[in-house]
Design a protein around this ligand. Structure first.
Ligand SMILES: NC(=O)c1ccc[n+]([C@@H]2O[C@H](COP(=O)([O-])OP(=O)(O)OC[C@H]3O[C@@H](n4cnc5c(N)ncnc54)[C@H](OP(=O)(O)O)[C@@H]3O)[C@@H](O)[C@H]2O)c1
Length: 311
């Protein structure tokens, strides 16, 4: 039987790298569509010899996308950005590209199209990130009716942005900031469980739902997340309450940095709880019991402990 082809966009990112390893076990031939094939050669050994190909992609070039998609059975889009700049705009990355990609998937009768969006997408939140993610979802459903969209909460695991960034800051700051008092609630999910959810969706012939909210088993406030982190790395730090108005002013200047801790757009997102709505199925509906932060975090955050892993 002919081997099925999976084309993955954004496979070189945090979630993508974890996904590649498990997709390779599924006996797909995998095409990784990346801007930098020569810088991502390290992805090839995640599969068997010859199983993973790296192809250069320009997400604005329709012909390039058609060539990549035309023989694909499965297409997964993990491309996303947290901050925009002069070259990378939310509308292009989260809206126009998914729209074009889903249109081309429909044209070539791709069997399954999976897209990673974000939990809490809404037009009500005054955030360009959230609005662009939601518009992208709407375009996808117009173009490819049976698309499956995953909306993850904060994703944690080795190389995550949330815990690693605050652990890094705690190495030299005597305090950590509690934006808006640290009361906003989150339901972080382990990257391995995000990967499991994608696998479960691929394994099921008939998927009834189109949108899944990918969340962990527990709800925590921002403050509680920082407390768990500090306990795990065995450090004591003061918390400083930073009201949203002050955070927004600080973020205005921070956004000029190459990898800002906070942008004004993220401050708007932080004003709203980011937890499952109850309106869409979750990991439990896919028979997955998600792992808690406490059971995974110590395994990868130990390098930030004072004195190292065995201190
Ligand atoms: N991580 C989280 O906590 C989280 C939470 C909710 C939702 N999500 C969503 O999940 C998806 C994956 O997240 P992640 O954390 O794995 O992201 P990531 O580590 O930042 O990776 C982003 C990927 O997007 C690709 N990319 C960015 N701009 C591109 C462009 N102009 N052309 C082609 N490729 C481009 C990058 O590929 P190259 O540089 O190799 O080309 C990279 O592989 C994103 O859509 C994100 O919004 C993530």
């Amino acid at each position: 039987m002919k081997q099925k082809i999976a084309t993955i966009f954004g496979a070189s990112g945090f979630i993508g790298r974890h996904l590649l390893r498990s997709l390779a076990e599924k006996d797909f031939r995998i095409v990784v569509a990346t801007r930098s094939p020569y810088l991502n050669g390290h992805l090839k050994p995640l599969g068997n010899p010859g199983q993973i190909d790296l192809e250069k992609v320009n997400i604005y070039d329709e012909d390039n996308l058609r060539n990549l998609i035309k023989n694909s059975n499965l297409v997964i889009n993990l491309i996303g950005i947290l901050n925009q700049n002069s070259k990378q705009k939310f509308t292009n990355i989260h809206e126009k590209f998914p729209s074009l990609l889903s249109k081309i998937c429909n044209e070539f009768n791709v069997e399954k199209f999976l897209h990673i969006s974000a939990l809490g997408v809404s037009h009500k939140i005054n955030s360009k990130y959230m609005k662009s993610k939601l518009k992208g979802e709407e375009k996808i459903f117009e173009n490819f009716r049976n698309s499956i969209i995953l909306r993850p909460s904060i994703v944690f695991g080795p190389e995550d942005k949330f815990f690693n960034q605050f652990a890094f800051l705690s190495q030299f700051l005597p305090f950590l900031p509690l934006f808006g008092g640290g009361e906003t609630k989150f339901q972080p999910v382990y990257v391995g469980d995000v990967v499991k959810s994608i696998n479960a969706i691929l394994d099921k012939e008939e998927i009834k739902a189109n949108i899944y909210e990918i969340v962990g088993p527990e709800v925590y406030s921002f403050r509680e997340l920082l407390e768990i982190l500090l306990k795990t790395i065995n450090r004591k730090r003061f918390f400083i309450n930073v009201p949203f108005s002050v955070a927004k002013l600080q973020a205005f200047f921070m956004q000029l940095l190459p990898n800002p801790l906070l942008t004004p757009d993220q401050v708007e997102i932080l004003k709203y709880d980011n937890v499952a709505t109850g309106a869409n199925p979750t990991l439990f509906d896919l028979d997955i019991s998600p792992l808690t932060i406490e059971s995974v975090l110590p395994d990868y955050i130990y390098r930030f402990r004072k004195g190292g892993e065995f201190s």
